[in-house]
Design a protein around this ligand. Sequence first.
Ligand code: HEM
Ligand SMILES: *[C@@H]1O[C@H](CO)[C@@H](O)[C@H](O)[C@H]1NC(C)=O
Ligand SMILES: *[C@@H]1O[C@H](CO)[C@@H](O)[C@H](O)[C@H]1NC(C)=O
Ligand SMILES: *[C@@H]1O[C@H](CO)[C@@H](O)[C@H](O)[C@H]1NC(C)=O
Ligand SMILES: *[C@@H]1O[C@H](CO)[C@@H](O)[C@H](O)[C@H]1NC(C)=O
Ligand SMILES: CC(=O)N[C@H]1CO[C@H](CO)[C@@H](O)[C@@H]1O
Length: 331
Amino acid sequence: MSRGRRRLLPVLALLLVAAAGPSSSAEAELVFGFYNATCPIAEGVVFAEMRAILQEDATLAPSLLRMHYHDCFVQGCDGSVMLRSRRGTAERDAAPNRSMRGFDAVERIKARLEMLCPLTVSCADIIAMAARDAVHLSQGPWYEVETGRRDGNVTVAEYAANDLAPPDSNIVDVKTFFSVKSLNSRDIAVLFGSHSIGTSHCAAFQKRLYNFTGAMDQDPTLDARYARRLRKLCPRAGGRGRTKVPIDPGSGFTFDLSYYRHVLATGGLFQSDGSLLHDASTRGYVEKMANASSPDEYYKDFAAAMVKMGRTDVLHGSQGEVRTTCGVFVD
Ligand code: HEM
Ligand SMILES: *[C@@H]1O[C@H](CO)[C@@H](O)[C@H](O)[C@H]1NC(C)=O
Ligand SMILES: *[C@@H]1O[C@H](CO)[C@@H](O)[C@H](O)[C@H]1NC(C)=O
Ligand SMILES: *[C@@H]1O[C@H](CO)[C@@H](O)[C@H](O)[C@H]1NC(C)=O
Ligand SMILES: *[C@@H]1O[C@H](CO)[C@@H](O)[C@H](O)[C@H]1NC(C)=O
Ligand SMILES: CC(=O)N[C@H]1CO[C@H](CO)[C@@H](O)[C@@H]1O
């Protein structure tokens, strides 16, 4: 699909949502402690499993945080990010998902919960709780997660390609993709702080280094010293494409404010990170958090934005289902 058409899709979706009246996220019926009565140990089990999982592989923390974002943006937070297709047509087969990890971790948590509370805790809720625990176990805040999501059984690869902003997005594109999900400029500035943890393959930002406008040039908004470092890590030929670099160099596994300092000083790793500087309101937030002496205010904002993102087009009540396995084959 051409770039132009791809960018139009969210705009069309936005018009449809506007025409249909209040978005379903406004009617979501999630609560804190949905499993209080039916599986009171649910949150504790997820946390204990997450701690064990991250002890074995600490690099899965950012992957599980990212999974919640991908789950929520593609067809709502309905666990469909986990579904599998033998024909390669599931969300997780789409280009933005190629670098996703953590599917086995979710399945491991699910298996444990099936032993303790069969057919009770949805995959979508497990992903939301795991994302929260991943942040907390990366020295970030702990916040209450709303629960009560049910799982969808539909997955369409094209939705992932259409609903997830590509890393070369400018701020106008980013705002379009997020407003379709009822998330505003402030939510964008706050949620992007998730890039305080985790890594990226060179492919996601290589164009900025070698062929920005198609004239074999470099992105002028990228700090020259940082660009030089990135060119060393990611040579033009791309190697075997497996190299990963921290999105927030220097503190890539600690959930902190250094992401904002990094973006302000260098223009960030992805164009979409740097794009925060090209809009007065998002830039204001970056500057504020880059200068903040304590992360407390950011932690509060982050918790609120995650709860809001976690309400995106959820299934609840008798909608959807609760499965025994998250990654079932749909075809
Ligand atoms: C315009 C929006 C966004 C874009 C373009 C974007 C793009 C990307 C890209 C390209 C990667 C690297 C993938 C790879 O090559 O391995 C990445 C990683 C990551 N993203 Fe985002 N992202 C966006 C928003 C978000 C949001 C809203 C969150 C969380 C709420 C998030 C959390 C993460 C995390 C934690 C990682 C690290 C994953 C890992 O280390 O496995 N991102 N993102
Ligand atoms: C579950 O228990 C917590 C802590 O007591 C409480 O804050 C929350 O409102 C309860 N939720 C439900 C749905 O009962
Ligand atoms: C640089 O970008 C232009 C325009 O997108 C493209 O035609 C050209 O093949 C690219 N060159 C290299 C070496 O990637
Ligand atoms: C934060 O620091 C930057 C650069 O050091 C400065 O330009 C900006 O005005 C500061 N913002 C606030 C809110 O203090
Ligand atoms: C998907 O879930 C709906 C209920 O939400 C159910 O009616 C339908 O039979 C399910 N389809 C499959 C293939 O499981
Ligand atoms: C983890 C995962 O399922 N990755 C898939 C992403 O998409 C590619 C290309 O379709 C698949 O080959 C991967 O298996």
